[in-house]
Design a protein around this ligand. Structure first.
Ligand code: CA
Length: 482
């Protein structure tokens, strides 16, 4: 991890604040805010949306979904065009985000058992999956708490239940909503969630989490805080406020973006973001609050689509792992900047440590890299040469597996996938072929060889388990039945 001294950090913050004040990069409300006191730790508000795809927001190009508040946030911060989730679905992305570690270190690869799906269509015995985050792992919340932050979790946790495995066990002072569950029983009260009370009949969950988050901001405006707001939205069950759906029912579809309920769920999320940004302004703490808007995986096919990206949630193609991401850090990030640097969930942990002047946990490798130099605009490049995904399990789909055991390595614009069932290698150049249509593995023997060697070396370095045992139940002639 790039260490930064407290003095450098403070110096940077002060210099950045001056830039913001003179160049009118931020709205009046931000300029009116107090100057950050020297050495004051910035607040961190991490808004993490569930299953929100790369193009499920207007600022990324959707003509169907309406997200004026998130669009405004995007215009005030850095938009990462190549932000990735660490996994193709909820739990692995969250485990990586919270731990700062790649999947093989904690073993959370997917939601549920490793071999979900028709067993007779699995050539290999997959590596067992872990469904909870190990208690000995020091989460980003624990690291920030140790640095004096008050920490709150509001929404979906999906990595186990308190007291042993829930948000409280991983350093969150407050937990509202966080259990082992991957989706709400209902988006309308009564919620039947053991970690928070039901609201008035018919209250909407996304609004409620926004209310709770706003109350938290008010109550903790004078402390350094880390508010992790992993909305249940826009994951199924598809349930939205009826009055919000009407306009989408009349609206022209944008390809397969046409589900009015889903659109209204996105709009409720957008309103929540708008209300919290307004709250930061009203409390005059926007200038010392880092806001991150991010998603845990791609959009679900059948509900939405991410064209030109290939596939969606549950795949290792870009549509499954490339997600929208905004970082607004007044005084540090330049408003309206678009950044092509590939980044991923594990980068946020070291970024937050650097921002907070917090110590990295002892005896815990952090696989990500701080985004602070990129956020400052000092560079467009990360120090790392490669990014990795490891999925030694089966991810069922409709008619075929979305993923059979495989690993992915990205180097520059090149993306190589190794399929463990048959050793097949797939290679794409994302700069020329963002849709992953032209497999260049046969044309690029040298590159394939070097990337495969780097992937092998990584497997060894992180102790990645690779399934090799043949599944005796495999039947090549059996139909795939869901
Ligand atoms: Ca998800």
């Amino acid at each position: 991890m790039n260490a930064i001294t407290r003095r450098e950090f403070v110096k940077g913050l002060a210099a950045g604040a001056a830039v913001a004040a003179t160049s009118a990069m931020f709205p009046r409300s931000l300029l009116a805010a107090e100057e950050p006191a020297a050495g004051r730790k910035p607040n961190i508000l991490l808004i993490y949306i569930d299953d929100l795809g790369w193009k499920d927001v207007a600022f990324m190009g959707s003509k169907y979904y309406e997200t004026p508040n998130i669009d405004r946030l995007a215009s005030q911060g850095v938009v990462f065009m190549q932000a990735y989730s660490n996994g193709p679905s909820c739990a692995p992305s969250r485990a990586c985000l919270m731990s700062g570690q790649y999947g093989p270190r904690h073993g959370v690869y997917k939601v549920g058992k490793a071999d979900v799906g028709p067993k007779n269509k699995q050539k290999l015995i997959p590596t067992p999956n872990t469904e909870t985050l190990r208690p000995d792992i020091v989460s980003m919340a624990e690291a920030l708490k140790a640095a004096g932050y008050i920490t709150a979790h509001m929404g979906k946790w999906h990595l186990g239940n308190d007291p042993e495995l829930g948000p409280h066990s991983q350093g969150f002072d407050i937990n509202l909503g966080g259990t082992s569950a991957g989706q709400p029983k209902s988006y309308f009260s009564p919620y039947r969630n053991p970690t928070f009370s039901d609201g008035p009949e018919g209250e909407y969950l996304t609004d409620r989490l926004t209310d709770e988050a706003a109350r938290f901001l008010e109550a903790n405006k004078d402390k350094p805080f880390f508010l992790y707001l992993p909305h249940f939205a826009v994951h199924v069950p598809l349930q939205a406020k009826k009055d919000m759906m009407a306009k989408y029912e009349k609206k022209a579809p944008d390809g397969e973006q046409k589900n009015a309920t889903y659109a209204a769920m996105i709009e409720s999320t957008d309103q929540g973001v708008g209300r919290l940004m307004q709250k930061l302004d009203d409390l005059k703490i926007a200038d010392r609050t880092i806001v991150i808007f991010y998603s845990d995986n791609g959009g679900q096919l059948g509900i939405t689509e991410q064209k030109p990206l290939r596939a969606g949630k549950g795949y290792l193609y870009e549509g499954g792992i490339r997600v929208p991401m905004i970082v607004r850090w007044p005084g540090i990030t330049k408003a309206g900047r678009t950044c092509q640097t590939p980044v991923m969930g594990i980068d946020l942990y070291p970024t937050f440590l650097e921002a907070a002047g917090a110590k990295a946990p002892e005896n815990q490798i952090l696989d990500g890299e701080s985004l602070v130099p990129v956020l400052r605009g000092n560079t467009e490049k990360m120090n790392r040469r490669y990014m990795f995904w490891h999925f030694p399990c089966y991810q069922p789909g409709r008619g075929e597996y979305r993923i059979t055991p495989s690993s992915v390595i990205r180097e520059g614009d090149w993306k190589l996938t190794e399929h463990f069932e048959d050793g097949r290698l797939e290679l794409y150049n994302l700069a020329d072929d963002i849709s992953e249509k032209n497999d260049l593995a046969a044309n690029e023997a040298e590159r394939v060889k070097s990337m495969k060697a780097a992937l092998d070396a990584w497997h060894k370095a992180v102790g990645a388990k690779i399934p090799t045992a043949k599944n005796p139940k495999y039947d090549p002639d059996a139909p795939y039945t869901n």
